[in-house]
Design a protein around this ligand. Structure first.
Ligand code: ATP
Ligand code: MG
Length: 474
């Protein structure tokens, strides 16, 4: 947002009481302010996600989501926008609390039009000087946790800003993005940049566990609470205490576990399975998914109330194809990483390889590029990655695919399967190639390498990667 102008941004009024909403609208309308109103914190947050406001006036006490939560969301989504809190008469301590969370002012009920206008005008005048982009960028680059997160495009800058702001709050974050766009990396960056960084970062892959197992992992269980519960087990909510809990692939949580999760988040307390005591929890929850939870909520396969709880601060990771300008620095980054790991000296990629890589669609996003570079480093015969190396991963090669067990039903599944098949096909091809060469040379690595025309260390790297060892060796 560039310098704020009265005539292009509205004041957002959030209050569950229609009388207050209408009263404020009338007072502000009278002074030609543009006003929008809404009756709940959830709706306010949705609006904040969609457009910029000049000022927020929110009630403190509202059912569902209170004013402090709205305030925190504003701090993450639109950090420069001032917030005025409406509090009950004489609620000084809550007003102080609101100011500590970053509200610029508060208005105690009942109020007069003059009081309101005075506070609004003052808040707008005092509006903090815009955060300097360059300043923030410098801060980000020097911050621990971003050195692995590569990207200079404006799409990625937006992501870094959002991460920085959300790391300073305790608001729940929902990270979305296609497979391989860096959702887990983003979750870790939030943790690393938060005041919780010395405490644990606990990641749970919600798709890899059966329903009952997931619940006992998350909430823990008491000894004897079900068959097989031989020991009391501490849940991950508790293990992550004081730190960050990362729920990966949240779309895979069953509806009944979703209900329990929602309760835990609302009450900030959990009950271990078979237990009776409520245990308080202190975590920053970060969730991730490559599905569209809003659509799932509309279809009834994901609880809408949980979706709202999770989606307080959304972070959407761009597809690699939509930030092509980052491809060269990503290549450099992965070349450095894998040459160090594999122990080869490679100076760079040939120009035609670069132009191929810059124009490729990357259905598997950064992960796919990373795999390509790793493979190329393993296979490269000289100190430059050449086109010949690329031929092995030609995406048009459809010769050796195995039977397809599952027919993809939508574009997303098709994309995912294509990626899987491609990776798999290349791996099988390499495996057959290496094994065959070894068979022919009677498992003599030096001869196999010689006969296939591959340098011995490279041949060995391939074997290592494919998990092939010479008989008798480990
Ligand atoms: N911006 C980036 N800079 C450097 N590496 C990245 C970036 N984004 C992703 N990666 C790398 O790509 C790989 C995939 O990233 P990550 O696991 O975070 O993706 P994801 O979005 O969680 O994918 P999935 O949905 O398949 O779980 C990782 O090895 C990660 O280090
Ligand atoms: Mg992931």
């Amino acid at each position: 947002m560039e310098g704020w102008r009265m005539d292009d941004l509205s004041i957002l009024v959030v209050d569950d009481e229609a009388v207050i909403r209408d009263g404020l609208r009338r007072i502000l309308d009278g002074k030609s302010f543009r006003v929008e109103t809404c009756s709940s914190g959830h709706v306010a947050i949705e609006l904040l996600q969609q457009k910029d406001f000049g000022l927020i006036i929110t009630d403190l006490k509202m059912p569902g989501m209170n004013g402090i939560e709205v305030l925190k969301a504003v701090k993450a989504l639109q950090p420069d926008v001032p917030v005025i809190m409406i509090t009950g008469y004489a609620a000084v301590d809550t007003a102080v609390n609101a100011m500590q969370h970053g509200a610029v002012d508060y208005i105690a009920k009942p109020f007069t039009p003059e009081q309101i206008l005075d506070k609004v005008e003052r808040a707008l005048e005092q509006r903090t000087v815009m955060l300097d982009d360059i300043y923030l960028r410098k801060q980000i680059i020097s911050c621990h946790g971003f050195h692995q997160f590569i990207g200079e495009s404006k799409e990625m800058q937006k992501v870094y800003h959002r991460i920085m702001h959300v790391a300073a709050t305790n608001s729940t974050v929902l990270i979305t993005g296609e497979s391989g766009t860096g959702k887990e990396l983003a979750a870790r960056a939030i943790h690393e940049n938060s005041p919780r960084k010395e405490k644990p970062f606990v990641a749970v892959d919600c798709s890899s566990l059966a329903e009952t197992l997931l619940e006992s992992e998350l909430f823990g269980h008491v000894k004897g609470s079900f068959t097989g519960a031989l020991q009391t087990k501490t849940g991950l909510f508790k293990i992550a205490d004081g730190g960050t809990l990362f729920l990966d692939e949240v779309s895979n949580i069953s509806l009944s576990t979703q209900a329990k999760l929602l309760r835990a988040l609302q009450e900030r307390k959990i009950t271990p399975i078979g237990g009776t005591q409520l245990v308080p929890i202190d975590i920053h929850l970060v969730a991730a998914t490559n599905k569209n939870l809003r659509t799932m909520a509309n279809e009834g396969s994901f609880r809408e109330d949980l979706f709202f709880r999770l989606n307080i601060i959304p972070i959407e990771l761009p597809r690699l194809h939509d930030r092509k300008q980052d491809i060269p620095i990503l290549i450099r980054h992965f070349l450095k990483k894998y040459t160090a790991e594999i122990g080869k000296e490679i100076r760079g990629v040939a120009p035609d390889v670069l132009s191929f890589l810059e124009n490729y669609a990357y259905p598997g996003n950064v992960r796919e590029l990373e795999n390509m570079i790793e493979r190329a480093v393993v296979l490269a015969e000289s100190d430059i990655i050449r086109n010949e190396d690329l031929e092995l991963w030609d995406s048009n090669d459809s010769s050796s695919y195995e039977m397809i067990e599952h027919i993809p039903l939508n574009a997303e599944e098709l994309k995912e399967m294509k990626r899987h098949i491609r990776d798999h096909a290349i791996e099988s091809l390499e495996s057959v190639f290496v094994r065959n060469a070894l068979e022919r040379s009677n498992w003599n690595v030096t001869r196999a390498a010689e006969e296939t025309g591959i340098l011995r260390p490279n041949f060995q790297s391939m074997m290592k990667k494919l998990g092939i060892s010479v008989k008798g060796e480990h």
